[in-house]
Structures are given as structure tokens and as C-alpha cells.
Design a protein around this ligand. Structure first.
Ligand SMILES: Cc1ncc(COP(=O)(O)O)c(C=O)c1O
Length: 348
């Protein structure tokens, strides 16, 4: 007996997450994690929840977390949904809106998970290339997709488009506009007001980056109740565990901690951006906690990635035609960035 996968599943590649080395001792600048620890109140909240309470299922609605998120960001409770990371929210959106043959439009290059999720559904990704300046491309609304997704700031470019452009896009698309704001705490603007004002917009946030909680898997979605209710139908019943719920509440309640770390990261980012040309790389303007940079003298960035890895520094490199010669470097601490710059200088 052979087992038969759905055709689109057997044909597709699975999503490949960033490298997570087993050995310790790496300076890890490859998956846009935060170099600073989460708020100490997260630890206290998790310790309080450990033990006896774990016997019981978590609240299926993650109510305490959603209530805190509503308070923090100025929404009413029915406007908030929680996910096991924002990846979980993206998967719910794909499940709820993208059927066989349906289109999901997005500017490219962008977060490659969108493509994987659409393929799982048997849908089609309609990618519209970003222009060289990474402004919002024309032609997204013309794709007539059920869902249009813009990562803002975008990965891997690190660039951001003005919220004004997203507002126009929300009015032009025939379906849902998803603004994936995984990196918004490092940027100048947020589209959260659009989620309040437009009935076809959902804004996604994550606690993985600015709140230093990638290991807990906590994502948030903000949209009008009709969208939230629809997504709720396709959500795993217990999608957040007990520890993640209490960790998320504690982190959001101590938002000052996150803001101080985000400010430090922005400062280090500017220092890194200024130093990169001196070590042979031209940075794209970043509003994220990472910088995309192209080798100034051309050629593949792979040998640089490999030479850095030998020195126990991990970054991402890209070899697609559009991103040829590019490295994506997460902004670490000042010391980590100093070590990276020293290594790049030595490698040249
Ligand atoms: C644009 C974008 N969206 C979403 C995510 C996933 O975030 P989470 O850890 O909340 O699943 C990432 C992570 O790298 C990302 O780059």
C-alpha cells in the first residue's frame, strides 16, 4: 500500500527555517532574534504557572493575553486574536481565505513562508516585484487576489513603505489586506490604525523580535470582529500553551522594557549601517532589527557567509538573481556587531 499525498503537497518543498546551530558559542545574527533578554517579569510569570496548573488545558481563547493586547494597543477584545507565533496566524489566514487555485498577492522578494502556506492550500502566489527602491509596487490590487500580504517592514530587505501607501492599497484590493508587522517596533510607523478603520485589513504582530520571546511563540492579530470570528473557526483550539499566555501578558504589561531594547537596537543598527561600506558592503535602508547589504564589488556572498561561519558568526546569504551578493545581518549587541565588522574586515 502506498500513501498518497495531495498533489500540491507532494510537489512542494517544505519551508526551511533559518539555521539553529546545536553547538554553542556562535554569534547568531541570522534569524532576527533579539540579543537582549525578555523582561524579568516574564520569568516570574512563567515560574508562577509551572507545576500544578500544567495539568489543565490552557484557556482556548487565550483571553488574558488578548485582553492585555487590547489594552496595550487600544482595541476592544473582539478585535484581537492570538497565534502560536505570527506564523500560526498566517497559516489561519491561508486556511480561511485561500482555496484550490485561489491567489495570494504580495510584493517580492519577501518572507518565503507566504509561498509555502499558499502551496499547502493548492493556491497560487502572485508575486509583484518590488522596484529597486523597495517602494510599494504598482499592480498588487490588479492581481485580484483574495488575500494581499505586505510585510512592513519587509524581510529580507529590511525596508518599509509608508502607511499612506498601505491605506491606498487597502482601498484598492478586492479582498483582505494583511500587514505583517513583525518588525514594526523598529520602524517609524505602524498600520494599526488601518486595522481599526478598514474592514478588510488585519495587522499582525509578534513577540518574537522586539519583545525577545522567539522561544515562546506568541503572535497577535488585530482586525474587525468579522475577520477575527472567521479566523477563529480555523484556529487550533489550544493554539497557545499556558506558559506562552502568561509570558505574553507579562511582556506586554512591561512594554517599557521592550521599547528600551528596541531603541538600543535601532542605535546599533545605525552604527552598523554606517560601518558596512568600509568593509565592502552597501546596506539597504533598514527599519528593522536586521540589515540587508550587498557586496560592493559584486560576486556571491556565499564565501563571505562561509568565512564568517568558520569564525563562529552566523548570518544569512542570498543567491537568487534579485538578491545576488546579499547578506542579511541581524542587529546584535554592540559587541557582536563589532566582532562581525572586525571579521568582515579580515575576510576582505
Ligand atoms: C515578516 C515575518 N513575519 C512573520 C515572522 C514569524 O514570526 P513568529 O516568530 O511570530 O512566527 C517572521 C520571522 O522571521 C518574519 O520575518
Amino acid at each position: 500500500m502506498t500513501v498518497v499525498f495531495r498533489r500540491n503537497v507532494s510537489r512542494m518543498e517544505g519551508y526551511v527555517p533559518g539555521e539553529q546551530p546545536r553547538e554553542s558559542g556562535f554569534i547568531k545574527l541570522n534569524t532576527n532574534e533579539n540579543p537582549y533578554p525578555p523582561s524579568p517579569s516574564v520569568r516570574t510569570a512563567i515560574l508562577r504557572e509551572l507545576g500544578e496548573p500544567l495539568r489543565l488545558y490552557p484557556d482556548p481563547g487565550s483571553t488574558a493575553l488578548r485582553r492585555q493586547a487590547a489594552l496595550t494597543y487600544g482595541f476592544d477584545l473582539p478585535w484581537v486574536i492570538a497565534g502560536n507565533g505570527s506564523d500560526d496566524l498566517l497559516a489561519m489566514i491561508a486556511r480561511a481565505f485561500v482555496g484550490e487555485g485561489d491567489r495570494l498577492a504580495c510584493p517580492v522578494p519577501t518572507y518565503t513562508l507566504y509561498d509555502t502556506l499558499v502551496r499547502i492550500q493548492g493556491g497560487k502566489l502572485a508575486g509583484v516585484p518590488y522596484p529597486d527602491d523597495y517602494s510599494l509596487p504598482r499592480g498588487l490590487a490588479g492581481k485580484k487576489a483574495r488575500v494581499t500580504v505586505v510585510a512592513n517592514p519587509n524581510s529580507p530587505s529590511g525596508t518599509a513603505v509608508p502607511v499612506r501607501a498601505l491605506e491606498e492599497l487597502a482601498d484598492a484590493v478586492p479582498g483582505l489586506l494583511v500587514v505583517d508587522e513583525a518588525y514594526a517596533d523598529f520602524a517609524d510607523e505602524t498600520a494599526l490604525a488601518l486595522a481599526r478603520e478598514r474592514r478588510n485589513v488585519i495587522v499582525l504582530r509578534t513577540l518574537s523580535k522586539s519583545f525577545s520571546l522567539a522561544g515562546m511563540r506568541i503572535g497577535l492579530g488585530f482586525a474587525s470582529p468579522r475577520i477575527i470570528e472567521g479566523l477563529d473557526k480555523v484556529r487550533d483550539s489550544y493554539n497557545l500553551n499556558r506558559l506562552s499566555i502568561v509570558a505574553g501578558v507579562a511582556a506586554l504589561a512591561d512594554i517599557g522594557w521592550m521599547e528600551r531594547n528596541a531603541a538600543r537596537i535601532r542605535k546599533t543598527r545605525e552604527a552598523l549601517a554606517s560601518a558596512l561600506p568600509g568593509v565592502g558592503f552597501t546596506p539597504f535602508p533598514s527599519q528593522s532589527n536586521f540589515i540587508l547589504a550587498r557586496r560592493s564589488r559584486g560576486g556571491s556572498a556565499r564565501p563571505v557567509y562561509e568565512a564568517l561561519k568558520r569564525r563562529k558568526i552566523l548570518v544569512r546569504y542570498f543567491d537568487t538573481p534579485r538578491l545576488a551578493g546579499c547578506l542579511r545581518i541581524t542587529v546584535g549587541t554592540d559587541d557582536e556587531v563589532g566582532a562581525l565588522l572586525g571579521a568582515l574586515k579580515a575576510i576582505r
